[in-house]
Design a protein around this ligand. Structure first.
Ligand code: URA
Length: 211
């Protein structure tokens, strides 16, 4: 697993405002959108392209275009939805699949309660969106889900990560596939109830309210 921690003053500024408990939901949503667009630039650095001939007003030259099959973006419901527009802004030709994961309170394992994804992801580049890499439970479940369906190249885009979660993803994924995590900031720790510290609280609640 490859970890890429974005390093940019605009990203740091936006993360700082997101952390602020007094930032209201509309501003929070807007900032997540802007932040993801910046992270998407990093996350798509290895997007597959093919050579493409183009006729300019002056001549014919070779360029590149995003290869087929199109990449697929998979926001993890609910909070990952807040990252979707920021990602599709940079990758408008991508397809979008959905994955709803929740924790089984008995086994503490992530279970899939909703999915809308192609059965066959062979050869597809997949971008998984999950704002908070806390214990890593949902992200690991999502990575396994897409790898089982044949994805060979998985990039996870997260806003904040806890070192414990990164380690868990690293252990779970091993060297099975080409998996990267792009994150705006690695925080200090997880607290005893699984929140990232200093963190920003519950990302889903801050985006969409407590429902
Ligand atoms: N999920 C969140 O929304 N926030 C955390 O701090 C951890 C998990």
């Amino acid at each position: 697993m490859h970890l890429h921690v974005a390093n940019h003053p605009l990203i740091d500024h936006k993360v700082t405002v997101l952390r602020d408990a007094s930032t209201p939901s509309p501003t929070f949503r807007l900032l997540v959108d802007e932040l993801v667009t910046l992270l998407a630039y990093e996350a798509t650095r290895n997007v597959r392209v093919v050579d493409h001939e183009v006729t300019t007003p002056l001549t014919v030259t070779m360029g590149t275009k995003i290869a087929s099959p199109a990449p697929i973006i998979v926001p993890i419901l609910r909070a990952g939805l807040g990252m979707l527009d920021g990602m599709t802004r940079l990758l408008p030709s991508a397809e979008v699949g959905f994955l709803g994961l929740k924790r089984d309170e008995e086994t503490l394992k992530a279970i899939t309660y909703a999915n809308r994804l192609p059965e066959d992801l062979s050869g597809r580049q997949v971008f998984v969106l999950d704002p908070m890499l806390a214990t890593g439970g949902s992200l690991i479940a999502a990575i396994e889900y897409v790898l089982e369906r044949g994805a060979t190249d998985v990039t996870c885009v997260c806003l904040l990560a806890a070192p414990e979660g990164i380690e868990n993803v690293r252990k779970a994924v091993g060297d099975r596939a080409d998996v990267s995590v792009v994150v705006a900031c690695v925080d200090e720790k997880l607290n005893e109830v699984g929140y990232i510290v200093p963190g920003l609280g519950d990302a889903g609640d801050r985006l969409y309210g407590v429902v």
